[in-house]
Design a protein around this ligand. Structure first.
Ligand code: AMP
Ligand code: GLY
Length: 423
């Protein structure tokens, strides 16, 4: 099987790395890729915001299966373009991808199908939203969310009325998130701990992957601004077998059944962002892809071949709902450019990559890296994810940080407490 992986982050490096090792895969092409994916895949330039270009590349390369890493091409309908040409792609259709690209769609869908989530109101106008915030419905803190894709910046947990009103004004009157903030969702603030659940879905059934925890804040002790994720841990100790069973029956089952009944069967990776509350698991958000950095810890735990599962799911015909997975803890630490998630510099030379990979149990996945004059340099905010594994969490943490210490570049920014929250 020849496979095209679309994207350029460490998540796509992990996907390409996993697929490239499998006997059933003859070749992996990664587009646009990075300095790491070129070790495991042939590279091709690509604008991922151009679904027609993705299709043209898949046709020119005559790939058997296309796997989409990021949400944007899916939200733009790349699956629909492929389906119209009878070409296999693993990822949801444009309508189903609204689970991520429209929070209002996701919340209304959950309400229709009794999926447990925070109580909410969708507001189309600022005066309406300001009235909800001023009223008694939610109290404080309250959560204000821009409806559309806002690069992870569209959510405000507002501690009081002034902050909530500011968030409404930012989104709806000052258009801080452009089109994405024309509508907002106002919702109840859930109390608990967060975990992420991932599944491979074929439209009818779900095959659960290892669960994970993401460290979203920039600095140690969960301080500083929100980021795309500074580290991850899998499996999540919060997701006990009982919680996992409830996620399956109370969330994943009604989501798949509901979308199928509405004529939009969900095929692709499904990522459920959860709050584990005293009453049980509640959906915070859906994503229509794997998480980054969660993919970097989750994919190495899958012992079975991934390619046949993705291919079968893309065809709507998964033959199994389980696969062989290790329970050994995996810890992923992100090496970011100094200043991230704010402004940062690029072009710094990266040293020690081979030394880090040489440590037993370590995997090094590239994110924002490129090649300049034969040297690997930084090109983005999240540069590398280093993954360590161990027989227990302490060993996985030690393994990851031994590798982190070997990789150096100017203004390297790393959290030193990844994995420790779960100990
Ligand atoms: P999202 O982009 O929807 O994942 O939201 C970003 C972050 O905001 C989440 O990871 C949570 O930490 C927080 N958050 C979102 N919705 C809620 C909620 N209803 N209650 C508490 N925290 C929330
Ligand atoms: N790490 C969070 C995400 O990928 O959305």
């Amino acid at each position: 099987m020849k496979i095209l992986v679309v994207g350029s982050g460490a998540r796509e490096h992990a996907l390409a790395w996993k697929l490239n090792r499998e006997p059933g895969v003859s070749e992996v092409v990664c587009a646009p890729g990075n300095a790491g994916t070129r070790q495991v895949a042939r590279q091709h330039p690509l604008d991922v915001s151009d679904p027609a270009a993705v299709l043209a590349l898949a046709e020119a390369e005559a790939v058997d299966l296309t796997v989409i890493g990021p949400e944007l091409p899916l939200a733009l309908g790349v699956q629909n373009l492929f389906a119209a040409r009878d070409r296999l792609l693993f990822g949801p259709s444009r309508v189903a991808a609204q689970l991520e690209s429209s929070k209002a769609f996701a919340k209304d869908f959950m309400a229709r199908h009794d999926v447990p989530t925070a109580r909410f109101r969708v507001c189309e106008r600022a005066d309406e939203a300001l009235a909800v915030v001023a009223g008694p419905e939610f109290g404080f803190p309250v959560v204000i969310k821009a409806d559309g894709l806002a690069a992870g910046k569209g959510v405000t947990v507002a501690p009081d009325r002034a902050a909530a009103e500011q968030a409404v004004r930012d989104a709806m009157l000052d258009h801080r998130f452009g089109e994405a903030g024309h509508r907002v969702v106002i919702e109840e603030c859930l109390v608990g701990e967060e975990a992420s659940f991932f599944a491979i879905c074929d439209g009818r059934q779900a095959l659960a992957l290892p669960t994970a925890q993401d460290y979203k804040r920039a600095f140690d002790g969960d301080a500083g601004p929100n980021t795309g994720g500074m580290g991850a841990l899998a499996p999540s100790p919060l997701v006990t077998p009982d919680i996992e069973r409830r996620i399956g029956c109370e969330i994943v089952r009604p989501v798949l059944d509901g979308l199928a009944r509405e004529g939009h069967p969900y095929r692709g990776f499904l990522y459920v962002g959860l709050m584990i509350t005293a009453e049980g698991p509640r959906v915070i958000e859906f994503n229509v892809r794997l998480g980054d950095p969660e993919a970097q810890v989750v994919l190495p735990m899958v012992r079975d071949e991934l390619a046949p599962l993705l291919e079968a799911a893309a065809r709507g015909a998964l033959e199994t709902t389980s696969c062989d997975q290790t329970r050994d803890p995996h810890v992923g630490v992100v090496l970011a450019s100094g200043g991230y998630p704010g402004a940062y510099e690029t072009g710094a030379a990266i040293a020690g990559l081979d030394d880090a990979s040489a440590i037993a149990g370590v995997l090094v996945f590239h994110g924002g890296t490129g090649v300049r004059d034969d040297a690997v340099v930084t090109t983005g905010g999240r540069v590398i994810t280093v993954v360590g594994r161990g027989v227990d969490l302490a060993e996985a943490i030690e393994c990851a940080y031994a590798a982190v210490a070997r990789i150096t570049f100017a203004r390297k920014q790393v959290r030193t407490d990844i994995g420790r929250k779960a100990q």
